[in-house]
Design a protein around this ligand. Structure first.
Ligand SMILES: [Zn+2]
Length: 250
């Protein structure tokens, strides 16, 4: 495996790594929201769970993934789909379950066009602020809805805010999910700067975060993402789904 992966232990919020069996998780209650979490999961069974967390890959071909979080939305998701279609680009949408439920046609339109949909929790919840039962219900409900609407089961989860610890990892592991973070971010507040930076620094295997929902999207972000995709496509890159990127990197 030549992917640059992290096995647990991400950033500020430490993860306990291999997590517990589905039954009998002994989670501490949610901590102060300003504190880094130090929660652990105590497995009571014999199963050893491990969740892989990936933030970029190293494919041999010039492949990159542009990803969209927090949709679908009626305002921005169609614009993203149009932009991607013009460039022949594919994406992965990390969708919020309740937003998919409110606009179910958006899910099938995305997958019919060859894009991937994946799990971003039911209500955009910080997985480190809730107990195991809540995290499981949030991810499973979203999983079932996306499976029903798209006809295929999602295989990826992106935790809101990029925050996950051993409890969320345990749930992701039990759903068979790979946890997906990102290596580059085009922020709605500084899209021109971020696209310039991404164009400078992107390389095969980059995973770029953008948004088609929440407070991030705006007209300038859409224009700059169009510039990003066009410019990188002209440079010989192909935009693929995250699952395609992972498959090409294994
Ligand atoms: Zn999000």
């Amino acid at each position: 495996m030549n992917r640059r992966t992290l096995l647990t232990g991400i950033g500020l919020l430490t993860a306990g790594g291999a997590a517990g069996a589905a039954a009998g998780l002994a989670a501490e209650p949610a901590l102060n929201t300003e504190s880094p979490t130090a929660r652990t999961v105590s497995p009571s069974g014999s199963a050893a769970y491990r969740a892989t967390v990936t933030f970029r890959t190293a494919p041999s071909a010039r492949l990159v993934a542009l990803t969209f979080d927090d949709g679908p939305t009626r305002e921005w998701t169609p614009q993203v789909l149009n932009m991607l279609r013009r460039h022949g680009a594919k994406t992965t949408f990390f969708q919020v379950g309740e937003r998919a439920q409110a606009d179910p046609g958006a899910v099938s339109r995305a997958t019919d066009a060859g894009h991937e949909v994946a799990n971003h929790t039911w209500a955009h919840s910080d997985l480190t602020h809730h107990d195991e039962a809540f995290d499981r219900a949030s991810l499973e409900r979203t999983h079932e809805l996306l499976t029903k609407l798209s006809g295929r089961a999602p295989t990826l989860c992106r935790p809101p805010y990029g925050r996950i610890d051993s409890i969320g990892l345990a749930v992701c592991a039990s759903l068979g999910y790979e946890v997906m973070l990102w290596s580059n971010w085009v922020n709605g507040g500084s899209p021109k700067f971020d696209v310039d930076e991404t164009l400078r620094r992107a390389s095969p295997g980059s995973i770029v975060l953008a948004h088609d929902g929440g407070p991030q999207p705006n007209a300038t972000l859409m224009q700059q993402l169009d510039r990003l995709v066009g410019s990188m496509t002209d440079s010989g890159y192909t935009f693929v789904t995250v699952s395609e990127l992972l498959a090409a990197s294994r």
